[in-house]
Ligand binder design. Sequence first.
Ligand SMILES: [Zn+2]
Ligand SMILES: [Zn+2]
Length: 450
Amino acid sequence: NGLRVLEGLAASGLRSVRFALEVPGLRSITANDFSAKAAALIARNAQHNGVTHLLQASQRDASMLMYEMRGKKDRLLCVTCTDMAVMAGNSGETCYSKYGSVSIKAKYCHEMALRIILHSLDQRAGVYQRYIHPLLCVSVDFYIRVFVRVHTGQAMVKNSASKQVLVYNCVGCGSFHFQRLGKRTTQGTHIKYSAATGPPVGAECEHCGHRHQLGGPIWGEALHDVSFVQKVLSAVSGNPSRFGTARRIEGMLSMVTEELEDVPLYYTVDNLSSTVHCSTPPLLQFRSALLHAGHRVSLSHACKNALKTDAPPRVLWDVMRCWEKSNPVKRDRLSESSPAHHILSTEPILQACFDVREDANPQSRRRHLTRFQENPEPFWGPKARANAGGGGISSDLEDRRKQGQNKRKNQITDATQLKSFPCKRFRKGKCTHGEKCCYSHDLQQTDKME
Ligand SMILES: [Zn+2]
Ligand SMILES: [Zn+2]
């Protein structure tokens, strides 16, 4: 029969036109906007692109339109959120009023934003005896997008509380812990629901002595349905010329399939090392150390230096302590109340091994897929809000922006040029910058070029 598409807040109808032109086998598309001007524009764009047989413009209140379709079962809900400032922790109180979850400022804020919107969707679905099943949730550029199936079933709705978690985030060292909102235990076919017990942390952080912030509740289950993502992936790589962004889709979805499904949020190696004021270990070595210690580890599509792992914070700090022994920090510069002082004055229990393991380097990285895209051109991305008076951005501001743009551009070209020169310190075995070093550590390659 073909799929039917509803775009609730369509503006110019750009996305709906793309659906009509690029997705085969659709039955119909309704592109809706409350503004009369926008609805007229949608109709014109449909005509201009020759898709009026598929695309209907509509000028309704989107919530009424969707409410009228509430009886329909098993639909795919695609939600985009662009209010990243709110979802990434700039105003937790606003985030709570909008999404029923408190956001906190942390390195993992992009994944937390995905889990906040999923929490909100599942909570609202529950009111109608429905529950969500996320197929794919991605953080891209400056927005997030989630694809979820909505199913009906009173029995499954009872699981909802045990799928949500509160986040305790240490303000000193950034260690985080989870607290489920509900407890679900199974005995054979019998399922028992009870109140969760906690908290998972003491009044002070066991690693650094600081206090915890409370965030959430957020979705604590898997973000993706890996078998679904793999189907999309093989469809895209089987026909790479079909989408202009095929390379990027492939890179990002490959990373998504590698993410640890059952481990919410992540640390970053830069943040761990800046907390103890020591040099940053190369990502590969750090990942290897966790694998040697018997833990699982993965990257995240949502952040370049992310470290997703089932290793508890205690193990992460032990690895950092071992790293610090060969890359010592000047102790007299550390204040006694600092997290670094607290962490480094404890002896590690674990003897970390930093020998690089083959499996520490994920497939998507080895295959050099386009995993994170640089901004394609200057001034790309969201612009300043349009001026109510109709005037443009003041020329003074424009000038300053131009200066800023050039500055960054020059830096990037310089750094990439340096990368073709061998690192002299690395040759002597003394470079501590690891992957972040601006010179090349691939000596065979650079020697060949010379
Ligand atoms: Zn701490
Ligand atoms: Zn180096």
